[in-house]
Ligand binder design. Structure first.
Ligand SMILES: Nc1ncnc2c1ncn2[C@@H]1O[C@H](COP(=O)(O)OP(=O)(O)OP(=O)(O)O)[C@@H](O)[C@H]1O
Length: 236
């Protein structure tokens, strides 16, 4: 099984003194659906920003699909992300004045590679994804700003998955939902991901979601606490 994600001796700090991420080694296999759990403030979003190439560690290697993205320029990392990573942000980051449907099309707008992977037109694919996720034709044409939180979340998921990126990163996208809507959303998200053989890293502080995923990681086991790291503690 090849690695979708492999980290080696990765260290990152926002300030110069205290590393918030200090990971000796971590590997996620291609096709895994992984739940990454950690307490609030433990560094989950920071780790995801490194995986997505938004930030770069001060030390170490981050190999995604066999490429070490720490060797790429900021511009090359942006391109890598557009081509290979779907990202569902905590606050969804939809463009409020664009319709739900137009927001989904943005997922393939910046990547010729993702457009090439479509098996039908981008417009039809966006319609199909949104319909499968439960948005009516009418809701699909409404500006994102007037949609409910649950609807916006599904638009963000469709945008992240269109064009079959190899890796999906989801940063606590269910925190605003009740249990029933949350479970339905996760099942659909995993169904769509598995149809594309997309590797999923789903971040949450909620351990009760573990049953949906085939593997789990506790950030505290991967990454020593900031105080421990600054005192020179070892990894894992
Ligand atoms: N842009 C930033 N600049 C400086 N410090 C930051 C920045 N983003 C996060 N931090 C700090 O890094 C630490 C970890 O934050 P992070 O958002 O990664 O945690 P988290 O586990 O995702 O938290 P939550 O579950 O509450 O979203 C916090 O102490 C936070 O203040």
């Amino acid at each position: 099984m090849s690695a979708a994600i492999e980290l080696d001796k990765v260290r990152f700090s926002w300030s110069s003194q205290v590393p918030i991420i200090d990971i000796d080694h971590w590997r996620v296999d291609c096709g895994d659906t992984l739940l990454l759990r950690g307490a609030s403030g433990s560094g989950k979003s920071t780790l995801l920003s490194l995986l997505a190439g938004i930030n770069k560690p001060q030390r170490g290697e981050i190999c995604l699909l066999g490429s070490d993205i720490t060797r790429l320029s900021a511009r090359q990392r942006d391109k890598f992300r557009a081509d290979h990573i779907g990202y569902i942000f905590q606050q969804f980051n939809l463009l409020p004045y664009l319709s739900a449907h137009e927001n989904v099309l943005l997922g393939v707008h910046f990547s010729a590679l993702r457009r090439q992977r479509l098996t039908q037109s981008a417009t039809q694919t966006a319609t199909d994804y949104l319909s499968r996720l439960g948005l009516s034709k009418q809701q699909q044409q409404q500006p994102a700003a007037v949609l409910s939180v649950g609807q916006q979340q599904r638009v963000a998921a469709a945008r992240a998955l269109i064009g079959a990126p190899e890796i999906l990163i989801a940063d606590e996208p269910t925190s605003a939902l009740d249990t029933e809507h949350r479970d339905v959303f996760i099942k659909l998200l995993l169904e769509l991901s598995q149809a594309n053989n997309t590797t999923v890293v789903f971040v949450t502080h909620d351990a009760t979601l573990a049953g949906h995923f085939n593997t789990h990681t506790e950030l505290s086991q991967l990454n020593p606490l900031p105080q421990t790291a600054s005192a020179g503690g070892s990894n894992v």
